[in-house]
Design a protein around this ligand. Sequence first.
Ligand code: FPP
Length: 251
Amino acid sequence: MDLKEKIDPDKLPSHIAIIMDGNGRWATSRGEMRVFGHQNGVESVRQTSTAAAELGVKHLTLYAFSTENWKRPKCEVDALMNLLVLTLNSELGTLMENNIRLKAIGDLAHLQKNCYAQLIETIDKTKDNNRMDLILALNYSGRWEIAEAARRIAAETAAGRLDPEKVDSELFEKYLETKDIPDPELLIRTSGENRISNFLLWQIAYAELYFSPKLWPDFRKNDLYEAIIDYQNRERRFGMISEQIKPVTDK
Ligand code: FPP
């Protein structure tokens, strides 16, 4: 039985988020420039997106560029931005063939101009696709997103348009970048690092965390299947006890 067949389609996470890590190490261990790792990471993006869509996952969020990544050497930042532009352009066919809609979260307006323009163009061209949403987190960080939501809520209350008493987690979520997207049930990080690195801090409150030793350019469909199988073997209790959730999970 291959790995894909071991996946229970009735217990599929509807949203998977991935911290793609290890591109730099993958390249330097081969005596290559770091950007070579990012370039090879594109195949992993392709494999993971198509595998998730084929399985029936509804949302796949990839951490492609964090607000902290601007601190990298300028040549690496420029190379990453160029790679994003090239990839968004060259992968349009893959997105259309697989009926995948591209979305993005983050401080997009402050991306480099050509990157922003290509992103908006690809989002627009794929807007009618409906098998899966591929959500790129670009110029994104969880703390930025939460602070931004708090700032906008404060402005609304100061203007008298929002009663402070009405601010609860349900309302707060409506001010997040992910307002129309369910929280990820599964968060994967590659490269053996066991950190969250400022990714989807609010949304992963109850996510199952899966850390893969594979460096991102080595991550393939089977690695995604392994993560999903591992997730399906866990018991998600949401603060309750086993007996309370059994009737739900046994359905
Ligand atoms: C982390 O590896 C990876 C990134 C910061 C960028 C990810 C980008 C891609 C895979 C390129 C294309 C992406 C899309 C969505 C088209 P790292 O550089 O931090 O690796 P290291 O920890 O080994 O240094």
